[in-house]
Design a protein around this ligand. Structure first.
Ligand SMILES: Nc1ncnc2c1ncn2[C@@H]1O[C@H](COP(=O)(O)OP(=O)(O)OP(=O)(O)O)[C@@H](O)[C@H]1O
Ligand SMILES: [Mg+2]
Length: 252
């Protein structure tokens, strides 16, 4: 699904990630871990074409990312769902309308504006509500929900376009433990049952170990660990998080 060969990525003139050699296959649940500023979000966003490619080969869902055309980028982005720490929902809209906004590929804008949905579309929303277990709140406005509930709506919206890949940038960082567990269990279910490949930046090592099938440890823009959670040990963890405390002490 995703191939990176000797890849260098970054912003304008600044190279952030270097020597990336990765192959990500369908069905994997990948946890990206590492200190703040390591390049985790940069790596994640490169998968939807948001980051400059300096060198190397980069392929996502059979698209060559080095010189991808606008039209192909639109097609690629339709196949990838994204969820963020801050949910990115429209607060004044209902749960149902937020989920429908993820289906605009199928529902013409004119119908979405007047909230005229067909039976088949409502059935699909119903199924999505069930997957994230939020049925009883479907008519509530999103600003009436808890953080955990909002993130579940965001997951349903991401799923609405039937993506092959879901990218999650710190999906549980703003949540309490109980809500975080529920969100991770839903992502795990989506990965196992719907076979959606999931790539998540996670700040909690224990969470990554528990739910992910593979872990990428990033430090200073390089992948310093790529393996199964069971392969992690003290020495490797130290290598992955090297510099984290120095970063936290700095004032910038
Ligand atoms: N839009 C941008 N333009 C230029 N540089 C950027 C941009 N976004 C991030 N960077 C730089 O890229 C580097 C990696 O940032 P990134 O956000 O990928 O780190 P991260 O591992 O996700 O950190 P965190 O855990 O704090 O979210 C940092 O040095 C950062 O300053
Ligand atoms: Mg980040």
């Amino acid at each position: 699904m995703i191939k990176m060969k000797n890849l260098t990525l970054g912003y304008k003139k600044e190279k952030i990630l270097d020597k990336l050699n990765l192959k990500i296959e369908k069905g994997e649940f990948i946890g990206i871990i590492g200190p703040s500023g390591a390049g985790k979000s940069t790596l994640l966003m490169s998968i939807v074409g948001g980051i400059k490619v300096f060198n190397g080969h980069f392929e996502v869902l059979n698209h060559n990312m080095e010189n991808i055309k606008k039209k192909d980028l639109v097609n690629l982005r339709e196949q990838i769902g994204i969820i963020f720490q801050g949910y990115n929902l429209v607060d004044r809209l209902s749960v149902l309308d937020n989920i429908v906004s993820g289906m605009l590929k199928d529902i013409p804008m004119a119908r979405a504006v007047i909230k005229y949905y067909k039976e088949k579309e409502l059935k699909k929303v119903q199924k999505l509500l069930e997957i994230v277990d939020i049925q009883k709140h479907s008519s509530k406005r999103c600003d009436e929900l808890s953080g955990g509930q909002r993130q579940r709506v965001a997951i349903a919206r991401a799923l609405a376009s039937e993506p092959k890949i879901i990218l999650a940038d710190e999906p549980i960082s703003a949540l309490d433990q109980k809500s975080a567990k529920k969100v991770m269990e839903i992502l795990e279910k989506i990965n196992k049952e719907l076979k959606v490949t999931i790539i998540a930046n996670l700040h909690h090592l224990d969470v990554a170990e528990k739910y992910c099938t593979r872990i990428l440890g990033i430090n200073g823009g390089e992948v310093v660990f790529d393996g199964k959670p069971s392969q992690l040990n003290e020495k490797i963890i130290e290598k992955i998080y090297k510099g984290e405390s120095e970063d936290m002490d700095s004032t910038d």
